[in-house]
Design a protein around this ligand. Structure first.
Ligand code: HXC
Length: 519
């Protein structure tokens, strides 16, 4: 019988061996690629001394292709729980130095187990991915493993925040778990996400592409919209994840004040610079981010999808310490028009915030939906409807502020009173109308214009008449469609007053299995 001392030494020796991961050569290769190891990444993410590893001694039992003779430390994935800025999270980090971080049956089982634990603990789950995908030697067991993870990603969606840090290759099955999570963060240069790699693309399509062209950060943060953030290094990416967590509740069961931070910015601060921000020339844009930075606490704004559909801005900020999700049109890009990608971006953000009890603040300056065959054939009707659906089903506090244009269907889509804004405010520069003056006047005065001695002069006259009528907030205010006309400088104070009054808002919906958002 070994003594207690011997048992302890045996345990320590086992742990030390597992912590060597794939060995010094493979770790050197990992570092040469500017990538940290799984354990180094966890050490950066989790508060010192708080990480509790689970399943360290798990082993695969695949007898095929000589794998029975291969020891894969921790089966290529480090799993456990710990604290980030003092709040508990669960996480897993794939270890590329051990069999390429490939996912076999037990590797998947470890991930599924830590996901289950996160759901039971009601805390976020963070996956740090760096993997060659399904472990080829394990065949169907690997596929089943991915299925187990996808199933849990879906079951826990809307219950706990799920965040993916893509920090190396993520191919095949390895891209669909991230796609089912809430937020994807990539590392520039080392992270690649694609369903099939360049070799397969060449063989099947005859197309030659690089890893970057096919699935690098630039593609996914600007064109595909798959990823939400990109960073220069592993360390920056992990820091980005911590910043993101800072705005999120632990779970659906958290109250909105769970992420409250004592404010360092005065709730009474006025923003006189906003009084003149709307240009006199209606064709000239302005930067809505200046408005956001002016009204939020300390000018701090955490913005996912910064470079994807920039005509729509989404992100989180604090108002007197309370977190809110901001959705805003960007007049500086395509005049802030609503198109397919902007609709998808806004709808998904709104649904995330609603799922996790984060109030919504909507800043409106929208000329309408993007017209044209390209948008219509791409399904702007279907995609645009997602925004209507998302706002209508959201039961969190909803505060809307119209700064300038709110025309047509897009006026409704940007959280109008009719689809559920709790408080709707407008600046004196607001224009709430069924469409722009030129188009509207030309339609309703068509005959008069056609029969006028000078049709152009008549068009200008009737257009001016339409402007006089609708290019102000008071017609809408008279109809009760907006609650209040406010000075631009008071926007911060007004939002804080509305938000704090609405923090305990309750709004119920009739029971149903689930809605059928137009996907
Ligand atoms: C088993 C794997 C592996 C895998 C890598 N390795 N991927 N082992 N299964 N899927 C092993 C390698 O054999 C090697 O072992 C070690 O990991 C490091 O890999 P390298 O190739 O040396 O690294 P690198 O040159 O950096 O290339 C990385 C890579 C490449 C681009 C990811 O390894 C690669 O193309 N792997 C295969 C990708 C793939 O096709 N995966 C299957 C996807 S199918 P040694 O012992 O030499 O160090 C899939 C379907 C699931 O995922 C669908 C579910 C819906």
């Amino acid at each position: 019988m070994p003594t207690d001392e011997e048992l302890i030494r045996d345990l320590e020796a086992r742990e030390a061996k597992i912590k060597q991961m794939g060995g010094p050569e493979r770790i050197k290769k990992q570092h040469a690629l500017n990538k940290l190891t799984a354990r180094e990444r966890i050490a950066l993410l989790i508060d010192p001394g708080t990480f509790e590893e689970t399943g360290m001694h798990v082993k695969h039992h695949c007898p095929h292709f000589g794998l029975d003779k291969v020891d894969i430390p921790a089966d290529g994935v480090v799993t456990g729980f710990g604290r980030v800025d003092s709040r508990t999270v669960c996480c897993y980090a794939q270890d590329f130095t051990s069999q390429g971080g490939s996912l076999g049956e037990m590797h998947a089982w470890k991930i599924a187990k830590i996901m289950d634990l996160a759901a039971k603990m009601r805390v976020p789950i963070i996956g740090l991915l760096d993997t060659g995908g399904a472990r080829i030697q394990e065949g169907m067991s690997s596929l089943d493993g991915y299925g187990q993870i996808f199933h849990r990603n879906t079951l826990y969606s809307g219950i706990i925040p799920q965040i993916t840090l893509s920090m190396g290759p993520c191919a095949g099955g390895a891209v669909y778990s991230p796609a089912l999570t809430d937020w994807i963060l990539m590392v520039k240069g080392s992270s690649h996400m694609y369903v099939t790699g360049p070799e397969v693309v060449k063989a099947v399509m005859g197309e030659e592409v690089t890893h970057d062209e096919l699935g690098g950060f630039a593609i996914h943060t600007t064109k595909s919209g798959v990823a939400h953030f990109a960073y220069n290094s592993d360390a920056e990416c992990i820091e980005g994840c911590k910043q993101l967590l800072n705005y999120l509740p632990q779970s659906v069961y958290d109250k909105p004040d769970a992420t409250y931070h004592p404010p360092t910015d005065s709730p009474d601060r006025i923003c006189p610079e906003l009084d003149n921000i709307i240009p006199e020339n209606p064709r000239q844009g302005y930067d809505m981010k200046q408005v956001i930075k002016a009204i939020v606490d300390d000018g701090r704004f955490c913005e996912p999808h910064k470079h994807y559909a920039p005509n729509m801005i989404v992100g989180w900020a604090r108002f007197n310490g309370h977190v809110a999700g901001i959705i805003a049109n960007q007049p500086n890009y395509m005049a802030g028009v609503l198109d397919i990608n902007a609709s998808d971006k806004a709808a998904r953000f709104i649904r995330f915030c609603d799922a996790f009890n984060i109030p919504l603040v909507t800043l409106i300056d929208v000329p309408g939906y993007m017209p044209g065959t390209h948008q219509e054939s791409g399904g702007v009707i279907r995609h645009g409807a997602k925004v209507l659906f998302a706002y209508s089903e959201a039961t969190v506090p909803k505060i809307s502020i119209c700064t300038h244009k709110a025309y047509g269907g897009a006026e409704i889509s940007m959280c109008s009173r009719s689809i559920g804004a709790d408080i709707y405010m407008a600046w004196p520069t607001a224009q709430l109308a069924v469409m722009g003056a030129e188009g509207a006047a030309a339609i309703i005065h068509r005959r008069e214009i056609a029969h006028a001695a000078n049709p152009q002069a008549k068009l200008e006259e009737v257009t001016e008449g339409y402007r006089q009528m609708f290019y102000n907030p008071y017609v809408a205010a008279a109809g009760g469609y907006i609650d209040k006309v406010i000075k631009a400088r008071d926007t911060r104070q007004e939002i804080i007053a509305a938000l704090e009054a609405l923090l305990n808002k309750q709004e119920d919906r009739p029971w149903k299995k689930h809605g059928n958002i137009p996907l």
